[in-house]
Design a protein around this ligand. Structure first.
Ligand code: UDP
Ligand code: MG
Length: 154
């Protein structure tokens, strides 16, 4: 089953939006397979945002991501990477559609509440990079039969 990493960023922690974010992902029917709080350091952030380290916004992004703890979550579901990106909304929250998390709850690109993996490959890699094996949980979710058709449940 496909996996995706969500980081509820420092603005989500500071604004008390962790529950709201979890609720929206739960309401979609996704399965939570790992969750923990962490302080991200420079090395972790440079690795996670490797594609952005040379960009002009990177220093601000790194400082912001270190400004308070974050909440890391691993979620699982059929084609969940794209489903979650849609739920999260556009990078610039002012352009994110109403109904999406960023569209409803955020206003600044550098304060857009959430990171979500952007491909099946990055979902696998990012979950593996932030969670040890014993921090990830395999279990049957009883409501799955009412969320997915049989061929989608894997
Ligand atoms: N970011 C920023 N300024 C920009 C572009 C991006 O501060 O002009 C930050 C923003 O927090 C964004 C993150 O860098 O979420 C990663 O950028 P990306 O383009 O990968 O957006 P995402 O995948 O998070 O939607
Ligand atoms: Mg990205």
């Amino acid at each position: 089953m496909e996996k995706t990493l969500i980081i509820a960023k420092p603005d989500a922690v500071q604004r008390g939006l962790i529950g709201e974010i979890v609720k929206r992902l739960e309401n979609k029917g996704l399965k939570l397979i790992g969750i923990k709080m962490a302080s991200l350091d420079e090395a972790m952030l440079r690795n996670h945002y490797a594609e952005h380290v040379d960009k002009d916004f990177y220093t601000g992004l790194e400082n912001f991501m270190k400004s308070s703890p974050v909440v890391l979550m691993a979620w699982e579901g059929y084609e969940c990477v794209d489903a979650v990106r849609t739920l999260v909304g556009a990078t610039n929250p002012r352009q994110a559609v109403p109904g999406s998390i960023r569209g409803d709850l955020a206003a600044g690109t550098g304060r857009n509440l959430i990171h979500a993996s952007d491909s099946k490959k990055s979902g696998e890699a990012e979950v593996a990079s932030f969670f040890k094996d014993d921090e990830l949980f395999e279990y049957d979710k009883s409501e799955y039969i009412h969320v997915y058709e049989e061929n989608e449940r894997g």
